[in-house]
Design a protein around this ligand. Structure first.
Ligand code: PBG
Ligand code: ZN
Length: 323
């Protein structure tokens, strides 16, 4: 059918029609809010490149968790900034580590809020890499035990879900086995299945104080040029027992999100990462874009591309705008 029989504008002419034919919707249920828990007390320090996002000690984290819960956001994703870092990231799997204490505090004060934890070593190692360093590179297999230990200690502290972000091969299987062996077979794993070596993580590394002290993460995170590799990564993680798979970053990788949606039937998450947030915030602060409009359009783009879950620093604003 072509013009003049077909007139696309007929069903676009008023808001009621637009509502009736809208294909994609966004809900507060889709959102996950990331937070940075810092060791100490009385700390609430804004991340300079991420306006509105803070490194906070536990009492402030709990206060914000209450606010997040009251807004109807189902879950938070926690990152820890430990008191001390070392070569093997000991705080990551210490039962009294920063993240373990934070999980306990949130679950005590806001039990209805789901707590998801980022499982990785880079926030806890003095070299800033996501695993153990052997011969100048991150060693895959020896890192797996530590990740499994870390995930177990998060779950023991009360985490509702764990999200490995390290990109070691075999880590989903290692974590699944460790959780199952300890009676936590009901705790899901949201795998950062497709995680690219991205410049968009820049502001996060300031927030989490996790910048690699030498080299970069290209030997374990994915090459932005690759698409088929994303399908292999996702298939491997699903095979190993992932319950939810994630694509990260978000906006530059919408094609990958769509590929995974077409290929797999698991719930699909997207991480709208720090650099994506910073760009919108900076442009909005300059009056160059309409922040609310651009953020909501971005969220809808993730849903349209196939995401079920959106991890985003904009979550509180989005929840308010949708209310
Ligand atoms: C840790 C981790 C990173 C992010 C989430 N988990 C950083 C990295 O891999 O360098 C990035 C999140 C963001 O940029 O918002 N591995
Ligand atoms: Zn890491």
């Amino acid at each position: 059918m072509f013009f003049p029989q077909f007139r696309a504008r007929r069903i676009r002419g008023n808001e009621v029609f637009r509502r009736m034919v809208r294909e994609t919707s966004l809900s507060v249920n889709d959102l996950v809010y990331p937070m940075f828990s810092a060791f100490g007390s009385g700390i609430k320090k804004e991340v300079s490149s991420m306006p509105g996002i803070y490194q906070q000690s536990i009492e402030f984290i709990v206060a914000e968790a209450k606010e997040v819960h009251a807004l109807g956001i189902p879950a938070v994703l926690l990152f820890g900034i430990p008191e001390t870092k070392d070569a093997v990231g000991s705080d990551a799997y210490s039962d009294t580590g920063i993240i373990q204490e934070t999980i306990r505090a949130i679950k005590r004060e806001v039990p209805g809020l789901a707590v998801i934890t980022d499982v990785c070593l880079c926030e806890y190692t003095d070299h800033g890499h996501c695993g153990l360093i052997i011969d100048g590179d991150v060693d895959n297999d020896s890192t797996l035990d530590l990740l499994a230990k870390e995930a177990l200690s998060h779950v023991k502290a009360g985490a509702d879900m764990v999200a490995p972000s390290d990109m070691m091969d075999g880590r989903v299987a290692a974590i699944r086995e460790e959780l199952d062996d300890n009676g936590y077979d009901a705790v899901p794993i949201m795998s950062y299945a497709v995680k690219y070596a991205s410049g968009y993580y820049g502001p996060f590394r300031e927030a989490a104080e996790s910048t690699p002290q030498f080299g970069d993460r290209r030997s374990y995170q994915m090459d932005p040029a690759n698409r088929l590799e994303a399908l292999r990564e996702a298939a491997a993680d699903i095979e190993e027992g992932a319950d939810i798979i994630m694509v990260k970053p978000g906006l530059p990788y919408l094609d990958i999100l769509r590929d995974l949606r077409n290929e797999h039937n698991l719930p699909l998450a997207v991480y709208n990462v720090s650099g994506e947030y910073s760009m919108i915030k900076a442009a909005a602060a300059n009056g160059w874009i309409d922040e609310q409009r651009v953020v909501l359009e971005t969220m809808l783009a993730f849903k349209r591309a196939g995401a079920d879950i959106i991890i985003t620093y904009h979550a509180k604003d989005v929840a308010r705008w949708l209310a």
